[in-house]
Design a protein around this ligand. Structure first.
Ligand SMILES: Nc1nc2c(ncn2[C@@H]2O[C@H](COP(=O)(O)OP(=O)(O)O)[C@@H](O)[C@H]2O)c(=O)[nH]1
Ligand SMILES: [Mg+2]
Length: 372
């Protein structure tokens, strides 16, 4: 994505922090976004965030997003047109939206002077964002333009069983290693279930193993630990290392409990982004530019060598190299017209390659920003 301004420490310092909310369906992402929104509104001085809704299938969001994917793509229409089920529809809608993400970044950049926080609400089903190319493109694009942190929302009342807790943590682990961004575990719904048990399990793996042992089904009929039990015991040791790289907070999106602490952690994580993520990003960019340059030089060298060999073996060839411009060009005019409407007028057929960058050129009405 090209919209980003060049990265430098100074430029980053004035930029707003991006919070990407990720989590299982029903964990409370959208409710949490609204809670952050109202917290930032009621701060003194009030600094409302800039909110992007990336869930095409949500019927109602409890906040007013500044940019809403639903204004651009109608996922039900996408389902119908491409013969897809709901998940395919959501994924395709997100893909279509991603093709326009440079425009979104432009809009966000324009507002970046006047906001302190940019918040992304992601689709209900976690894998649509975390295991798709679009999710990765959006995350990378935004993280290379702004200091970015991931808020991983956990449904605390539903994660009290050690096995569920562990699978949730493994999922978080996979996202951390994929994005490499500063990562906050947000134990949500603490009004229903306090999150202290989770913190204890994270800080003390023996406590977790004790919980595991006392859980029913952890021993077989002969009193030996079950396979699942031993597996989880070993994994808790592995995860111990992973827990050191994250921060955890308990919040209630319902009551607002813990939100202030969450924003303190966001501030800390912004520091981590600047110290750890940004230098890596700059280095990765430099490496990529160098390798592109190397490839260019290599192919130019080979071209020059081929040319020299060709000239040496066939000295007359220069006279044939001239391009006969006039006659050919005049009568060929109409054939050039392979431009815009390559697909228009043809009936789509299942499995057809669809060039999304050419879609809906004429009649699309992009209406990104919302008032407020
Ligand atoms: N009790 C309680 N319920 C919550 C809390 N946060 C969200 N919910 C409820 O959890 C359900 C799913 O929330 P939603 O924000 O739509 O989840 P999403 O799919 O992750 O966006 C809704 O019924 C919310 O009212 C909370 O902190 N406490
Ligand atoms: Mg939601």
């Amino acid at each position: 994505m090209s919209a980003s301004t060049p990265l430098s420490d100074n430029a980053m310092q004035r930029k707003p922090t991006v919070i990407v909310t990720i989590g299982m369906a029903g964990a409370g992402k959208s409710t949490f976004v609204q809670r952050m929104n109202s917290h930032l509104h009621s701060r003194d001085p009030s600094r409302p965030p800039y909110i992007l809704n990336l869930d095409p299938a949500v019927a109602h969001v409890p906040f007013e997003p500044n940019i809403d994917i639903r204004d651009t793509v109608n996922y039900k229409e996408v389902m119908k047109q491409y013969n897809l089920g709901p998940n395919g529809g959501i994924l395709t809608a997100l893909n279509l939206f991603t093709t326009k993400f440079d425009q979104v970044l432009d809009l966000v950049e324009k507002r970046s002077e006047s906001v302190d926080h940019i918040i992304l609400d992601t689709p209900g089903q976690i894998e649509i964002f975390t295991w798709s190319a679009s999710g990765a493109i959006i995350t990378d694009a935004i993280a290379s333009s702004f200091p970015t942190v991931v808020a991983y929302i956990i449904d605390t009342p539903r994660t009290t069983a050690p096995a569920t807790f562990m699978s949730n943590m493994l999922y978080a682990c996979s996202i951390l290693y994929k994005t490499k961004l500063p990562f906050i575990l947000v134990f949500n719904k603490t009004d229903v279930e306090p999150h202290e048990f989770a913190i204890e399990w994270m800080q003390d793996f023996e406590a977790f193993q004790a919980a595991l042992a006392s859980h029913s089904g952890s021993r077989d009929s002969e009193g030996e630990p079950t396979y699942m039990n031993s597996l989880m015991n070993s994994m808790s040791l592995v995860l111990d290392e992973f827990y050191k790289h994250l921060k955890a907070v308990g919040v209630s999106s319902m009551t607002g409990d813990g939100i202030k602490e969450f924003f303190d952690v966001v501030e800390e994580c912004r520091g981590t982004y600047e110290k750890e993520y940004l230098p890596e990003l700059v280095a990765a960019r430099a490496a990529r530019e160098k390798s592109l340059q190397d490839v260019k030089e290599d192919s130019l060298n080979r071209f020059m060598k081929d040319l020299a060999v060709d000239r040496a073996t066939n000295p007359q060839s220069t006279s044939n190299d001239r391009w006969e411009s006039d006659e050919e060009n005049n009568d060929d005019d109409d054939d050039d017209d392979t431009g815009d409407n390559l697909l228009i007028g043809e009936e789509p057929w299942p499995g057809q390659y669809i060039d999304v960058t050419r879609m809906r050129r004429q009649d699309e009405q992009i209406n990104w920003p919302r008032p407020g």
